[in-house]
Design a protein around this ligand. Structure first.
Ligand code: 5GP
Ligand code: ZN
Length: 113
């Protein structure tokens, strides 16, 4: 499958890794919009949260657990952060492999709806 985040997950494309376990990988976004801009992905391919079967939703908890660990490691658990999941066309999802953006390191602006 021609998926850029699968290629990052299997090491075919290099990335600046922040966290890894058997199911989850986190790496720095190529075009950061904040001092910390980390992408957290499941190693298994799902196009979006809409493609996760109910019995596999534990992967979303695994993503949040990884974010919890990363926030404490980097120290932005103390200052706060934002988690974003863009889903589908109107959500602005460009890469069709679930990813959660974690933004931190500055006071983030209110976002527009
Ligand atoms: P989306 O708009 O799909 O929610 O976000 C995709 C994100 O992936 C963007 O913030 C973009 O900068 C990032 N991105 C796209 N290709 C690569 C890549 O090859 N490496 C890394 N580290 N980030 C990427
Ligand atoms: Zn993929």
């Amino acid at each position: 499958m021609d998926c850029i985040f699968c290629k990052i997950a299997n090491g075919e494309i290099p990335s600046s890794k922040v966290y890894e376990d058997d199911k989850i990988l986190a790496f720095n976004d190529l075009n950061p919009v904040a001092p910390y801009h980390i992408l957290v992905i499941p190693k298994k391919h799902y196009a979006s949260i809409l493609d996760v079967p109910a019995e596999e939703m534990g992967i979303i908890a695994d993503i949040h657990n990884a974010i919890n660990t990363i926030a404490k490691e980097k120290g932005f658990d103390k200052t706060g952060f934002r988690i974003i999941n863009n889903c589908g066309e109107d959500g602005g999802q460009e890469v069709k492999h679930i990813h959660y953006h974690v933004l931190a390191g500055k006071k983030l602006p209110n976002y527009e709806a």
